[in-house]
Design a protein around this ligand. Structure first.
Ligand SMILES: O=P(O)(O)OP(=O)(O)OP(=O)(O)OC[C@H]1O[C@@H](n2cnc3c(O)ncnc32)[C@H](O)[C@@H]1O
Length: 184
């Protein structure tokens, strides 16, 4: 198991979340990484992790999160941040207004790189896209994503509840397993 790791993010909240869930101290850096064009977050993360280790030469964790709509053959996928930063959740809902297949798949990919190479794991949460935003918790697309089996969007759930079922949580569990750490 790792004893400390550097996370490439400008987001200190994300770093704290990873530190808690991985149970190791984390440092952050905002080094600029190669981000290839792909809808698939695992593909993006693999290249990011290789690049991060080449630049930092110490154990490093990178992540990427995407939202794929089967009705749109996987769009926006890893490009979801572009959608949210330009047209926002309402713009995304407006574009999807005529879409009857409302299935959506949220995936977090984590790439861990050290002197043994790169490991990529993913966590996936299936759900549906709402027709209107609901809830004011969470961030990103949480207000328009209802996990399968729930009547609430991720933004309507207490943070602790989201964190027990989220795609990020599942990805972290998979990483702990890949690194030989006990499950949380
Ligand atoms: O600075 P970095 O670490 O790159 O952070 P980021 O927020 O730009 O990059 P992410 O890959 O974590 O997220 C991509 C997009 O998905 C959104 N997102 C990430 N995790 C989410 C979650 O758990 N629920 C809803 N939206 C999420 C987020 O708001 C971004 O628009």
């Amino acid at each position: 198991m790792i004893d400390r790791v550097t996370i490439v993010t400008g987001n200190e909240g994300k770093a704290r979340e990873y530190s808690t869930l991985l149970g190791v101290p984390v440092a952050t850096t905002t080094v600029k990484l190669i981000e290839i064009q792909s809808l698939d977050v695992a593909t993006v993360v693999e290249r990011k992790a290789e690049d991060a280790y080449a630049k930092l030469r110490r154990p490093v964790l990178v992540d990427d999160t995407g939202l794929a709509l089967p009705a749109w053959n996987g769009l926006p996928g890893a490009l979801v941040a572009w959608f949210l930063n330009t047209v926002g959740v309402q713009g995304l809902l407006d574009m999807a207004a005529g879409v009857t297949d409302r299935r959506a798949i949220a995936t977090t990919a984590l790439g861990y790189a050290d002197n043994h190479g790169v490991r990529v794991v993913t966590g996936t949460l299936h759900g549906t896209l709402t027709t209107q935003p609901h809830g004011d918790g969470g961030h990103g697309y949480d207000s328009i994503f209802t996990p399968t089996g729930s009547i609430h969007t991720l933004a309507q759930m207490p943070t602790e509840q989201k964190n027990t079922i989220s795609h990020r949580r599942l990805a972290i569990d998979a990483l702990r397993q890949a690194l030989g750490a006990p499950s949380l």
